[in-house]
Design a protein around this ligand. Structure first.
Ligand code: SAH
Length: 473
């Protein structure tokens, strides 16, 4: 390790930034955030910098650099585009024993500035020791993605309890075990859920009685429609912290790969090949694993609250007193529409959207057909392939124009995605001709025809000849 990492307390200390351009501006404003007094040395400043000069926290010496400018400084940054000036700054700083960073010039620098992930009070500094700043930025992006905002709150929470914990647990080993519990257990979850007062009560109780055996919990996570890029950051973090993942069959292999390596993956897809897992059995599995103290991720395709029975699963957890969180996912209708180039609303064609399911006879009988058939509304039908003929007949019988454009999106957002466009009248024929397979979503409405023009992902839409595309485009 050539450069030694160190966090400097710069509050009310003088930092001199030589240079007045955009690079100097970035550095100076970042340093000002840490509470340092900033002295800018440059004949002219950017407008944004000039606006911040107040003569006390940020002062400006409007001349070319002279050695005396850095007297009394804790840190010096040279950010001019003249190497001669930068060299003069570096020499003056070295003579005085002040750490100097010359932007983009390792040779002249005695210190380098890391890339920063700021979740104050937690701060992560990343450096490649000057060898590949772009790599440091890449690592930074990954860390940014892996740490949510709540980690800063958690650090602040720990800080607020530090002295009490130290007093209650003077022995280092016991204190470590307590922090282990604090960071992984119920208290941390409560801080994440913005319930700091409840977290405080849990910690207070644990300090008296000792931490309870860490209770397990369930995170109900929406995995989106298939493309791993559509996972939320919360979903990713839940997967990376999981002991067990109970996943639907619909969840793609690429997404399962993102789970913690040690996590046990259990497929609980209903109606899968051969083995069927009933909803009751899923309920039992969640409770059983959570009661063993494990972090359970219940991973569902799309969004857990859209035709996903997520509500029933939570009701069951409530009955057993098991803590849970819910992470929404991108539901199939939104993802399929986006990846097929079908804007769900459009000022000229559609003013509202309806998500419906048509997966069985009962759901069809209970359907509000008149509502579904309304014009100028986009209808997204989940699980509709098997009951397509009834759907088509009823929509038309209740007044929807047989010439209404439709789009089927099969395997939406996955590499094998297919989009088939046509008219409501031809829906059944089209599905049969192209051997439409599950999972597929049906979009009914004028906007469906726009896929012909606006598609961008995967193969071009099939069909579409029947549509008078110009009339909707
Ligand atoms: N909770 C899920 C829906 C579960 S119902 C969600 O929010 O998306 C299952 C139905 O969703 C499938 O029959 C199909 O109609 C639709 N679906 C899910 N993933 C899909 C995909 N990648 N492409 C097309 N349709 C999909």
């Amino acid at each position: 390790m050539r450069y030694f990492p160190l966090f400097l307390d710069l509050r009310d200390r003088l930092v001199v930034v030589v240079g007045g351009g955009s690079v100097a501006e970035r550095k100076a404003l970042l340093l000002a955030d840490s509470g340092a007094r900033i002295r800018l040395v440059a004949p002219t400043l950017t407008a944004a910098l000039a606006a911040r000069v107040d003569g006390t926290r940020i002062e400006h010496r409007a001349h070319d650099f002279i050695d005396a400018d850095i007297d009394g400084a804790r840190l010096v940054i040279a950010a001019t585009d003249s190497r001669a000036t930068n060299r003069a700054v570096a020499r003056a700083a070295n003579e005085r024993g002040i750490v100097v960073n010359v932007v983009d010039d390792l040779e002249l620098s005695s210190g380098i500035l890391p890339a920063i992930v700021d979740r104050s009070p937690l701060v992560i500094a990343i450096s490649t020791q000057g060898t590949a700043p772009a790599l440091a930025r890449l690592v930074r992006e990954r860390i940014e993605a892996a740490l949510d905002e709540s980690i800063g709150r958690l650090a602040a929470f720990c800080e607020s309890w530090r002295s009490r914990i130290k007093a209650a647990l003077p022995e280092l080993g016991a204190r470590r075990r307590f922090y282990d519990w604090l960071l992984h257990g119920a208290a941390a979850a409560l801080v994440r859920e913005s319930r700091a007062a409840d977290a405080g009560r849990v910690v207070a109780a644990a300090l008296v009685k000792g931490p309870a055996a860490t209770a397990g919990s369930v995170v109900l996570v929406g995995a989106g429609p298939g493309d791993p890029g559509l996972l939320t950051l919360h979903a990713l973090r839940a997967l990376q912290g999981a002991d067990v993942v109970l996943h639907d069959r619909l969840v793609s292999a690429e997404i399962l790969k993102l789970a913690r390596r040690e996590a046990e993956l259990i497929e609980v897809g209903k109606g899968g090949r051969g083995h069927r897992v009933t909803q009751e059995h899923i309920h039992e599995l969640m409770v059983e694993h959570a009661l063993r103290g494990r972090r359970v991720v219940r991973l569902k395709g799309g969004d857990p609250f859209v035709f996903g029975r997520g509500g029933e699963e939570l009701e069951h957890l409530v009955r057993h007193g098991i803590a849970f969180e819910v992470v929404p996912g991108v539901t199939a209708a939104l993802a399929c529409a986006a990846y097929a180039g079908v804007p769900l609303t459009h000022r000229e064609h559609s003013g509202s959207i309806r998500f419906a399911t048509a997966h069985c006879r009962e759901s069809l009988e209970a359907t509000d057909w008149r509502g579904l058939a309304r014009g100028r509304e986009t209808l997204a039908v989940y699980m509709g392939v098997a009951t397509l003929d009834t759907l088509r007949q009823e929509l038309i019988r209740h007044g929807r124009d047989p010439a209404t454009p439709i789009a089927f999106i099969e395997n939406g957002s996955r590499p094998e995605q297919r989009v088939i466009v046509g008219t409501l009248a031809d829906a059944v024929t089209l599905a049969a001709r192209h051997r439409l397979a599950s999972p597929a979503l049906l979009i009914v409405g004028e906007v469906a025809a726009l896929a012909v023009q606006l598609h961008w992902y995967g193969a071009a839409p099939l069909g579409g000849r029947e549509l008078d595309v110009r009339s909707v485009a």
